[in-house]
Design a protein around this ligand. Structure first.
Ligand code: ZN
Length: 421
């Protein structure tokens, strides 16, 4: 009987894997609406139990991480008065399994890091768990689109959500993630769309132009056609003010926590704005049918002079998004050692130009051009030439139009992108 069951699970997994090859993931964020005090309490209980379970297992991984640990109905927690028992009665078994899988996953990553010689510590206790995995749609959570309600396992009430219309019809709903943020509770839903359908959508809006991209440290994308897209949102004055206020409050006092919450909310607001501008930038880029970008140009910055500045801009976010975009549109990554800033995009003359110089002035052909536009043009040129050389682009492709044979598409990993795990 058991063997049969195992066999069946294996079959289902294989079928899913096959299906996923023709699909692309998309994550939608739904906010739970009109929560009463009672609702919040119930949701908070889920997150609290998740924390108890997590910390309990972490405290003695060798003995507590077993194949039966998802059955735990009671755990011990450490309080100032000593150890006390706590019941796990709201967190469903699938949710518990989700938490345990997360622990296993973290252990694996730690092991991998250690194997690579990276200094990695142990898993540490959490003072708060901000997200709960909801595996198996239909069991841990359900969506009823006609009534704009979602149901979460273990909670009787159905929550109202906005934004269900974003969920495209006939997409396959998969895992969810229940997330607690300063501004409220959210359900992140992963959906799988048919690749062909997503492509159709893109193609409707697509021009036949290829484009080169130069990523700048001044928070912007420069395109080879001269367009500049700013995708970075500065920290607000309010945030700076709040941080100052916090430093004057007595740590641990009521006002301290009040200000801290305000800071978290402001942070969330900034992050949302950043995400929004990034989304807009990406949807603009979808209009081009070939994108060329310099690979790992960011890596160099991390090590170099601008290291810190680049890290703070979250530029990694955009490369991650571009990598995902690469499953839909041909994205060509130009080697990072190509001297794209030094070469004149008109005549090919090469010269060193200082970082402070914002205009490329060519002594050979006399052209003057914005430094970043010049390098975006070069990036595109390199990509087009390379692809032509490999026979992946027909020779007639100029920089504005032409016939194209399909470019080998890179496969991007990581479905949810920047989920707050
Ligand atoms: Zn020149």
């Amino acid at each position: 009987m058991n063997g049969l069951k195992q066999e069946k699970i294996k079959e289902t997994l294989n079928a899913t894997r096959k299906r996923r090859k023709r699909q692309i993931p998309r994550v939608y964020q739904l906010k739970l609406q009109n929560l009463s005090k009672k609702d919040r309490k119930k949701l908070d209980r889920l997150f609290l139990e998740a924390k108890w379970l997590y910390n309990y297992i972490i405290a003695d991984i060798e003995n507590r991480l077993t194949k039966d640990s998802w059955k735990l109905k009671q755990v011990e927690i450490k309080t100032p008065e000593g150890f006390e028992k706590r019941d796990i009665n709201t967190l469903s078994s699938q949710m518990r399994q989700g938490i345990i899988e997360r622990i296993k996953h973290s252990l694996k990553s730690l092991k991998k890091a250690k194997e690579k010689g990276i200094k990695a510590g142990k898993l540490s206790f959490k003072s708060e768990i901000r997200s709960i995995p909801l595996k198996q749609y239909g069991i841990t959570y359900k969506i009823s689109g006609d009534r704009n309600r979602i149901k979460i396992q273990g909670i009787k009430k159905k929550f109202r959500v906005l934004g269900l219309h974003q969920l495209i019809e006939d997409c396959e709903i998969a895992n969810g993630l229940l997330v607690k943020k300063p501004s409220g509770y959210y359900l992140y839903v992963t959906c799988y769309l048919q690749k062909e359908k997503a492509l159709e959508e893109i193609k409707k809006k697509q021009t036949r132009q290829p484009i080169g991209i130069d990523l700048g440290i001044k928070h912007q994308i420069t395109l080879s056609n001269g367009e500049k897209i700013s995708w970075y949102v500065e920290e607000t004055k309010r945030l700076k003010k709040l941080q100052k206020t916090l430093s004057r409050k007595q740590k641990g006092s009521k006002n301290y926590f009040k200000t801290k919450l305000k800071i978290q909310k402001e942070w969330e607001y900034i992050q949302n704005k950043r995400k929004d501008t990034l989304n807009k930038a990406i949807s603009h880029l979808k209009k081009f049918f070939l994108i060329a970008i310099q690979n790992d140009s960011i890596k160099g910055w991390h090590e170099g002079y601008f290291g810190k500045q680049v890290q703070n801009t979250g530029i990694g976010g955009i490369t991650a998004r571009l990598k995902r975009l690469a499953t839909l549109i041909p994205v060509f990554f130009v080697d990072r050692y190509e001297p794209t800033t030094q070469v004149c995009s008109f005549c090919g003359h090469r010269q060193k130009i200082p970082l402070s110089e914002r205009t490329y002035k060519c002594p050979l052909c006399g052209k003057e051009i914005d430094r970043d536009v010049n390098s975006a043009k070069n990036i595109l040129k390199i990509a087009v030439e390379k692809l032509k050389g490999e026979g992946k682009l027909l020779k007639t492709l100029p920089v504005d139009c032409g016939e194209v044979t399909p470019v080998e598409w890179a496969i991007a990993h990581g479905e949810a992108g920047s989920l707050p795990l």
